[in-house]
Design a protein around this ligand. Structure first.
Ligand SMILES: Cc1ncc(COP(=O)(O)O)c(C=O)c1O
Length: 415
């Protein structure tokens, strides 16, 4: 008997301990964890520097209020803007990805009021893309263009319009005099590990310029190192200059924290900066940016830079691609994604599936039995999200489990 709302279709695993890329369950079984809390435990479980930062901050000051400043909040915002985004802007801290996206959407509405259409009416619509995932709050759920996420929650928050991903012409024709922004994941995570094409991203930037729209990036899953670059979009189209960016997941390495960035770019002839639109009283979050969460995030970002995890991420991606491409396995039709956000496209006709479960879910279950934790991305894609400091040996171990498991669930005899 469980007292938890049954919102999650759980795997049968009760986790009790983690260390690096390994997780133990309550029976003592050890797993190689290539799920990492779905791209969250970015420097592995219980990293000593993260543990030290959190425990020492917990014994000094856990929480005060956003009525006051803390050095940790200031320093984290400075690190994100100066070292990661590298374009002047301001940051707001919250507790999750959905909350960060809600803040970005509110910023677009403020922008639409500050820059009304030719009739003097505020613009408020944000265009998002089919198969996107932006979260489960009323705002971020409405931004998410997936029917299964909306089911039973009508009426949705108005002000969103969905268009096919990587289709610039469809996007252009969806822009109207109420459009305020275009919001996307540079690599769609939950929707199947679908990267935006470089020319699509360039095209979006040009449309934003032409129609005076905000370019809003959801980097919650693909940001902060995961793609082998500081920002997810840099792995696809380095010159992009987003107006707003949201983060969560890997930012705290397992400690709950979210954030969004708003550029300081000037939006009118009076010299108004975009970031100034979110002024006093416009937004808030009691726990957002508390010293404990900020200390955790500072330790994570420091580890990513000081250990040059970007190089490790790029090398491990190559190692995985070389091995899997070399197998030419009938159950895998291709690899999508960048860095350590990788999706193996499954040849679903090749996989023997149990009733009521998707091919990707079936494969994940079998991988779990064989000691490797992974996560599906939609029904037909297996996703790997190992910690950013995963070693070559751990990757080899995971590849071996993947290969053996694919052989066991495939219809074809693999020679
Ligand atoms: C791209 C993206 N945006 C937003 C979210 C929502 O984040 P959270 O679950 O922290 O609210 C997720 C979660 O999977 C995500 O992958």
């Amino acid at each position: 008997m469980s007292y938890l709302l049954p919102t999650y279709a759980n795997f049968p695993l009760t986790a009790v301990r983690g260390e690096g890329a390994r997780l133990w369950d309550d029976t003592g079984k050890c797993y190689l964890d290539f799920c990492s809390g779905i791209a969250t435990c970015s420097i592995g479980h219980c990293h000593p520097k993260l543990f030290k930062a959190v425990s020492s901050q917990a014994s000094t000051l856990m929480h005060c209020s956003n009525l006051y400043q803390t050095p940790q909040k200031q320093e984290l915002a400075k690190t994100l803007v100066e070292d990661f985004v590298q374009t002047p802007g301001k940051v707001f801290f919250c507790n999750s990805g959905a909350e960060a996206n809600d803040g970005m959407i509110k910023t677009a509405r403020r922008f639409g009021h500050a820059r009304p259409n030719e009739n003097g009416e505020p613009r408020y619509e944000v265009i998002t893309f089919n198969s996107s995932f932006h979260g489960r709050t009323l705002g971020s759920m409405a931004a998410t263009a997936q029917k299964k996420v909306h089911e039973g929650f009508d009426p949705l928050l108005p002000g969103f319009r969905y268009v096919p991903f990587n289709d610039l012409e469809a996007l252009r024709s969806a822009i109207s005099d109420i459009t305020a922004g275009i919001m996307l994941e540079p690599i769609q995570g939950e929707g199947g590990v679908n990267p935006a094409h470089a020319d699509f991203l360039q095209g979006i930037a040009a449309l934003c310029e032409e129609f005076d729209l905000l370019l809003m990036l959801d980097e919650i899953q693909c940001g902060l190192g995961r793609t082998g670059t500081a920002m997810g979009w840099q792995a696809l189209c380095p010159d992009l200059k987003p107006d707003t960016i949201s983060w969560a997941k890997g930012l705290g390495g397992g400690f709950p924290i979210g954030a969004f960035y708003v550029s300081d770019r000037v939006i009118d002839a009076k010299g108004t900066e975009l970031s100034s639109l979110m002024g006093p009283g416009s937004h808030g979050s009691t726990y957002g940016g508390n010293p404990l969460a900020c200390s955790a995030a500072l330790a994570v970002l420091e580890e990513i830079r000081s250990e040059d995890l970007f190089t490790n991420i790029q090398e491990r991606e190559q190692q995985i691609r070389d091995a899997v491409n070399g197998w030419n396995h009938p159950a895998i039709s291709g690899i999508r994604g960048k860095g350590l956000l990788l999706g193996f496209a499954l040849n679903v006709g090749e996989i023997v599936v149990a009733d009521g479960i998707t091919p990707a879910g079936h494969l994940c279950k079998n991988l779990m039995s064989n000691g490797l934790l992974t996560v599906p991305a939609g029904a037909e894609t297996l996703r790997w999200l190992p910690p950013l400091n995963v070693t070559a040996e751990e990757v080899n171990e995971a590849l071996k489990i993947l290969k053996n498991t694919l052989d066991s669930v495939s219809k074809s005899e693999y020679a």
